[in-house]
Design a protein around this ligand. Structure first.
Ligand code: FES
Length: 174
């Protein structure tokens, strides 16, 4: 190739190359800024209400009367079921199967939780009625104040079986 043609070609490529360099520097800056923002959001302590409760960790389920005895209500936010037993007491049940973690739907017609993965079933208290699930569904702490039910979804409580003391009852009106 003649020298002149080579020189002209390299002169024509030079602005293109510097433009590409600028694009790479800008893209690199954006990626770096995003990385720093994500790292900052991850490391920053979460804002909490007085008493140390995270606003998203306590779900207000509603007034006691909203839930009829012998019923199960699904809460998408919080991923739990609120079960009201026949005697009026409440349990907040995890919707995660204790076998291998599939989501367990409530089958109203059959009054049981039936896992679609390997056939485990649980009654309204979360107790195993059909294996292979090795233990009862996990539960979440419930508090009832001024007739309003609140469920603390921070940490599910593991349990091997249902026990009467796990049930939370509304205070009787004076
Ligand atoms: S995950 Fe539910 S039965 Fe296996």
């Amino acid at each position: 190739m003649p020298k002149n043609t080579q020189k002209k070609k390299s002169e024509a490529e030079s602005p293109r190359r510097s433009f590409l360099n600028i694009i790479w520097i800008v893209l690199g800056g954006v990626v770096l800024a995003e990385f720093v923002a994500v790292a900052f959001a991850f490391l920053r302590p979460h804002k909490s209400k007085a008493g140390g409760e995270n606003a998203d960790s306590i779900i207000t389920a509603g007034a006691v009367e909203r839930f009829r005895p012998n019923s199960v209500t699904a809460f998408v936010r919080g991923k739990f079921y609120l079960a009201r037993l026949e005697n009026g007491g409440f349990l907040a049940l995890s919707r995660t199967c204790t076998h291998l973690g599939c989501t367990v739907p409530w089958v109203e017609k059959e009054m049981k939780f039936a896992c679609p993965c390997h056939g485990s079933a649980f009654d309204i208290t979360g107790s195993v009625i059909d294996a292979p699930a090795p233990r009862a569904l996990n539960i979440y702490p419930i508090s009832i104040e001024n007739n309003i039910i609140k469920v603390d979804i921070r940490q599910p409580k593991k349990r091997s079986t249902f026990r009467a003391e796990q049930v939370v009852y509304p205070k009787k009106k004076a």
